[in-house]
Design a protein around this ligand. Structure first.
Ligand code: ADP
Ligand code: MG
Length: 811
């Protein structure tokens, strides 16, 4: 349905009267002319070597197209006719007015001043006289009726306001292509002295139709005036621009063509045209991203995969029969979708997002069972050792008899669950690798260690990645390659960090997405309270007595701090490996980092250092929480020690766990009902939401206290209040995104050449992104290699630079 690339209308006739018809060498006259200017033409042939060198060095802008895609950051609006009645004597002003009359008076010979010209200008009501000396033929330059900008100091003469010798810039008069102005502009660019008319006139105030004066993101050595002049010159000689967008898309979305958009973004004739230009270029960006992603999805779909249809009477059916609870509607629905994905001959690539506690693990396990029923293996990849060990443990307990394969007295057909982490001894590792390679292990659970060399699967059918936000495409690919002999496995990635839809569609856009939005029934809500430590110190005391009450009621408590403490701390090796080796092998990516350095308030240096686990645990044990059984958990502990602490906490041998964000994901102890976050303002909003998801997982209500010294009315407090106010992770994620000042979503931040998205905002432009996603799917569906749309491929390259594409690759 899409028409192939077409050629846009001629934007503007070149000043030299060159032929400007057609694009791509249709025009044999033009082909001979080296002077035709297209988007790919090097700037140096258009604006002169010197200016081109500056743009190349400072902003990496080399071609005409690159310069034109370097959009203004904002616009100064000087457009409307200035209200002249408001002017005051002595004021320096730039006014926008219409020429009403011109009177030139010759003075006698022998005088220095040979002529005086009075130009009366006016807005709708008021008039003002501008006086010029020795300026000939102004009437030809700006006849009566011309709109122009006049810049100078207001004075009073004979009781009337006037401006003496203002600088002028003519904007438009009928039929003019303003050769004089354009000539002066190119002279300036080449650093030759500008010649008449009005040598002072043009270099300062340039004319902008509509009075929207572009302000460019500048870097050292590049002035706004230089940018304006270069763009102007380029636009004045630019040949026809071929629009890569099919007509039908332009029409469907009411978009202007590329030639107009590129012109109007730099020199908008009016606000409406500017809006239209922005809308068009914004769509270009959205479509470019979506084309990259749609092509990637299409490529992945083209791989063959081992179909794993549901098997009646298999492990999955048995599991479903024994399930101690009923699946939520969401779990059923997503389960169906995944079951169908797994049954097809192409690999599934699905992102499953769901609130903390929404029961993603069951969904994943059911997928694993379906694959195992087809005689294949599944692997579950977790971001930390704590989580991997916990998954292995909970899978074994959930599966019961079905999951004790390889153990004494196990039933035939029982699944062997094999754990592989970096901290295992060489012997245990060898055994695990053998299990995996021989196909004995039905389910392998592990950390990054699963990605290391020497890990191979016999019949890998499904990769499940828990907590996707810590993994990228690279890791997914590394795992896919662990199965070199056979077809690529299916992939299910799960995240509990709610991803705003726009981000899901861009950064994770190569995955199909499912969402579990409802929590299992009987889940108690978490109530969150902000405790302002500075203003209400007695509330902090109250918090500690609440801890005692929870413990007395048989529950457990997490206390979270932003830092581990004493950096020089040396931990004694406890598992036959030095801590260095352990951390090298199995670096814990959750290692206690705060996720939001950007959010740090200014003057951060003056704040006291963040509270640390080691100090807090000691102070609490000796102080307000003495008598309770306290444990410590952080990322620098040895994996075996971490695991021991988690097991102890799960078995209720500990009342209170003082920890870093290492407990952020996945930790599932239903008996924990209370969480206290210290220095809460130092955490990101989404992170706090993740953290509090650790409590309220059982029947008893969850309580989360956010203790902070951030002053009332501070941004930090506002964020905490927002977290306390809503339990909706998606809302918080959107708010978080907004508070992050967005930046460049593609992760590229360098100044200059097409550094990612200039017009597209993940916050505002959800609809544009959705529309572009559909268009991209349709385009790629009809033309998977983009062979019929070479212009679109070029646009993608122009809009998303290499760095941005790589970023999309990383997911
Ligand atoms: P998350 O989505 O955060 O990973 P989990 O999968 O860990 O959530 O599930 C949280 C808890 O809820 C687990 O203890 C799990 O057994 C339980 N659960 C999952 N689905 C249901 C359900 N439909 N009804 C009741 N409990 C459920
Ligand atoms: Mg989970």
């Amino acid at each position: 349905m899409f028409a192939p690339t077409r050629v846009g209308p001629v934007l503007r006739v070149g000043l030299t009267g060159r032929q400007s018809e057609g694009g791509q060498g249709r025009d044999s006259v033009a082909e001979k002319s080296p002077e035709r200017v297209f988007l790919h033409t090097p700037l140096k042939t258009v604006i002169g070597v010197r200016a081109a060198k500056q743009l190349a060095e400072k902003l990496s802008l080399v071609t005409v197209g690159e310069l034109l895609r370097y959009y203004p950051r904002k616009y100064d609006r000087r457009g409307r006719l200035t209200d002249l009645s408001g002017l005051k004597v002595g004021e320096r002003v730039t006014v926008w007015a219409t020429v009403r009359s011109i009177k030139e008076r010759q003075l006698g010979p022998g005088r220095k001043v040979k002529s005086i010209t009075n130009v009366v200008i006016g807005d709708h009501k008021t008039e003002l006289t501008c006086t010029f000396f020795n300026r000939w033929n102004l009437a030809r330059f700006m006849p009566v009726g011309t709109d122009a900008m006049f810049s100078g100091t207001v004075s009073k003469f004979n009781g009337n306001l006037q401006i003496s010798s203002p600088q002028i810039a003519v904007v438009s008069f009928e039929g003019s292509t303003q050769p004089a102005l354009a000539g002066a502009v190119s002279d300036l660019i080449n650093d030759k002295p500008s010649v008449s008319p009005g040598k002072d006139a043009i270099d300062v105030i340039e004319s902008f139709p509509g009075g929207l004066i572009p302000v460019y993101p500048l870097s050292e050595g590049i002035t706004g005036a230089l940018m304006q002049r270069c763009v102007r010159t380029v636009l004045s000689v630019l040949d026809a621009v071929a629009d890569p967008l099919p007509d039908v898309l332009l029409a469907e979305h009411g978009l202007v063509d590329l030639a107009h958009a590129l012109h109007d973004i730099h020199r908008p004739p009016d606000e409406k045209a500017l809006d239209a230009a922005i809308a068009r270029l914004r769509y270009d960006e959205a479509l470019s991203i979506q084309l990259v992603l749609a092509r990637r999805r299409a490529e992945m779909r083209n791989f063959p995969a081992e179909p794993c249809p549901r098997v009646e009477g298999g492990l999955l059916s048995a599991f479903d029969e024994d399930l101690p609870f009923t699946l939520t509607d969401g779990q059923k629905e997503v389960g169906e979708v995944i079951a169908n994905d797994l049954a097809t001959i192409h690999p599934m690539n699905r992102l499953l997002q769901g609130e903390v506690g929404s029961g993603k693990t069951v969904v994943a396990l059911r997928a694993m069972l379906q694959v195992i029923d087809s005689g294949r293996q599944a692997v579950l990849l977790a971001p930390t050792e704590v989580l991997a060990a916990q998954h292995a443990r909970s899978l074994r307990s959930v599966l019961g008899q079905m999951g004790n394969g390889g153990e004494l007295g196990s039933l035939p057909g029982a699944i062997k669950i094999t754990l592989l982490t970096g901290s295992m001894t060489a012997g245990a590792r060898r055994e695990a690798l053998l299990d995996i390679a021989s196909g004995q292990a039905g389910i392998a659970v592990g950390t990054h260690a699963l990605l290391s060399d020497g890990v191979f699967f016999a019949e890998l059918g499904l990769i499940v990645i828990d907590e996707q936000h810590r993994f990228g495409v690279e890791q997914r690919n590394a795992l896919r390659n662990k199965h070199p002999a056979g077809n690529p496995p299916h992939v299910l990635v799960m995240t509990a960090t709610p991803i705003p839809r726009t981000v899901a569609m861009t950064v994770y856009g190569d995955l199909d997405t499912s969402t579990l939005s409802e929590l299992p029934k009987g889940r108690s809500p978490i109530s969150t309270t902000v405790v302002p430590a500075a203003e209400k110190p007695q509330w902090v005391d109250r918090a500690w007595s609440r801890v005692h009450e929870e413990v007395a009621a048989g529950h457990q408590v997490y206390i979270v701090c932003p830092k581990i403490g004493d950096d020089a701390e040396v931990l004694a090796p406890a598992s036959g490996k030095s801590p260095e080796a352990a951390s090298r092998d199995d670096h814990d990516p959750l290692d206690d980092g705060l996720d939001d350095p950007d959010d740090e308030a200014p003057g951060e240096d003056e704040r006291r250092p963040p509270l640390a686990v080691l100090d807090v645990a000691r102070d609490l044990a000796e102080g307000p929480l003495s008598g309770l059984r306290l444990g410590i958990l952080h990322g620098r502990m040895l994996p075996a020690d971490k695991d021991a602490v988690m097991t102890g906490f799960a078995a209720r041998r500990l009342d209170v766990l003082v920890a870093t964000t290492v407990i952020e994901v996945g930790v599932d102890v239903a008996n924990a009902t209370m969480m206290i976050v210290l220095d809460a303002e130092r955490f990101g909003m989404s992170q706090l939401h993740q953290l509090r998801g650790r409590v309220g997982r059982g029947e008893a209500a969850g309580v989360c206290l956010l203790i902070t010294e951030a002053p009332e009315n501070s941004v930090g407090r506002a964020r905490l209040d927002a977290v306390a106010k809503t339990n909706d992770g998606f809302k918080l994620a959107e708010a978080d995104l907004e508070l992050r000042r967005e930046g460049n979503v593609l992760g590229t931040s360098q100044a200059g050449k097409s550094s990612g998205l200039r017009q597209l905002s993940l916050i505002r432009d959800r609809e544009v992104i959705e529309a572009a996603r559909e268009d991209a799917m349709e385009l790629v569906g009809q033309d998977p290699t983009m062979a019929e749309h070479p212009g679109l491929a070029a646009m993608v390259a122009a809009v998303i630079d290499e760095e941005g594409q790589e970023f999309l690759d990383k997911g």
